[in-house]
Design a protein around this ligand. Sequence first.
Ligand code: MN3
Length: 199
Amino acid sequence: MAFELPELPYAYDALAPIMSAETLEFHHDKHHQAYVTNGNNLLEQSDLKGKSLEDVVKQSHGSNAGLFNNAAQHYNHVHFWQWMKPNGGGDKLPGSLETKINEDLGGFASFKDQFTKAGAGQFGSGWCWLVLNNGKLEVTKTPNGENPLIHNQVPLLGCDVWEHSYYIDYRNARPKYLEAFVDSLINWEYVEKLYNEAS
Ligand code: MN3
């Protein structure tokens, strides 16, 4: 099954001024589209055609770098659009998730500190993550398009720290972007949905 670019689940200007329409137009219409187009071309030439996106990501890792990079970035961005919403973020978490963050990460403030530091500390392009690893929440980071699936972890939340995700709105201030993402963009209901599906 071919990869398809999903529509944004909100208007292009819905996340402004935290994330501008211009950023979303480039990021969704150009960058994500390129992963879809390139991924489909490489998928067509591979023996993974017909597999689920998750399986293509896991099975191309280590054997087909081009396909892996594009498929993993497609996976990451499909979720990234869902991981944000207008007037999102902050510490008003759904109950089950709040309890789990308190237990495993020492509370919201500690989560925010770990998550923003992971994103700021990722040298070059990549992602920071909240994952479920053997039933426990952890904060991690990965380079480039790599994602938690290949580490047998369940990605519950990810923030894109490639420059294309923040340079128009924040220039080089990646920590400011990460703080704004946590304070004003996270769609905690979607994180909770993934958590409930995984636990
Ligand atoms: Mn991106």
